[in-house]
Ligand binder design. Structure first.
Ligand code: FMN
Length: 190
């Protein structure tokens, strides 16, 4: 069975749960040297194709995804005793999809996305604050254009694992894998 519906149900339940950052997911990528790196990003939507997130295309993750368009994410919802793992291919969202999300963000977030050279060394945060103030003045009363270096990605699931805590470490693990265009399910030992 296609796991997208179940992912959607788990995300809905997480958003109603006591967990503070239900949309936060650890995103793992691989560098050109084959070394993994991981950081937290926010899941900003799910559709039949997969999961969306937004970031700086020139960041470390952006460069890694350019070289290896493959990623793995994991959500942890402690109050629900659930973990959700998703692996798959990455593609960029279309410019119009990125525009729509960028312009829906609070203006301050748009400004930061505009001025922050994510993952690059900077002299100080004050330097960025000064750049932000300049951008605020420059765009006063006008729409802030989405910079080319900022946009969204789609993670298209190839493998998904639904993990639920069980008694005595007998956790339930349901793994769904796309094989020749068909979803196959298997129960894995905990
Ligand atoms: C709860 C939380 C949510 C975050 N959400 C995002 C996000 O949606 N997009 C993003 O680019 N960075 C987000 N970050 C910051 C990233 O963890 C990371 O510091 C940044 O993207 C740079 O990563 P990189 O140098 O590996 O590319 C978030 C951090 C936390 C703790």
């Amino acid at each position: 069975m296609n796991p997208i519906l179940r992912i959607s149900g788990w995300l809905d339940e997480a958003r109603l749960s006591a967990d503070l950052e239900p949309d936060a997911m650890a995103l793992a990528t691989v560098g050109a040297d084959g070394r993994p790196s991981v950081r937290v990003v926010l899941c900003r939507g799910l559709d039949a194709r997969g999961i969306r997130f937004f970031t700086n295309y020139d960041s470390r993750k952006g460069h890694e995804l350019e070289t290896h368009p493959e990623a793995a994410v994991v959500f942890l919802w402690p109050s629900l005793n659930r973990q959700l793992r998703i692996e798959g291919r990455i593609e960029k969202l279309t410019p119009s999809e990125s525009d729509a999300y960028f312009h829906a963000r609070p203006r301050g977030h748009q400004i930061s996305g505009f001025v922050s050279p994510q993952s690059q060394p900077i002299a100080s945060l004050d330097e960025l604050r000064a750049k932000s103030a300049e951008a605020v003045a420059k765009f006063e009363g006008a729409e802030i254009p989405r910079p080319d270096h900022w946009g969204g990605y789609l993670l298209r699931p190839r493998a998904v694992e639904f993990w639920t805590r069980g008694d005595d470490r007998l956790h339930d693990r349901l793994r769904c894998e796309l094989v020749d265009g068909e979803w196959r399910e298997a129960r894995l030992a905990p």
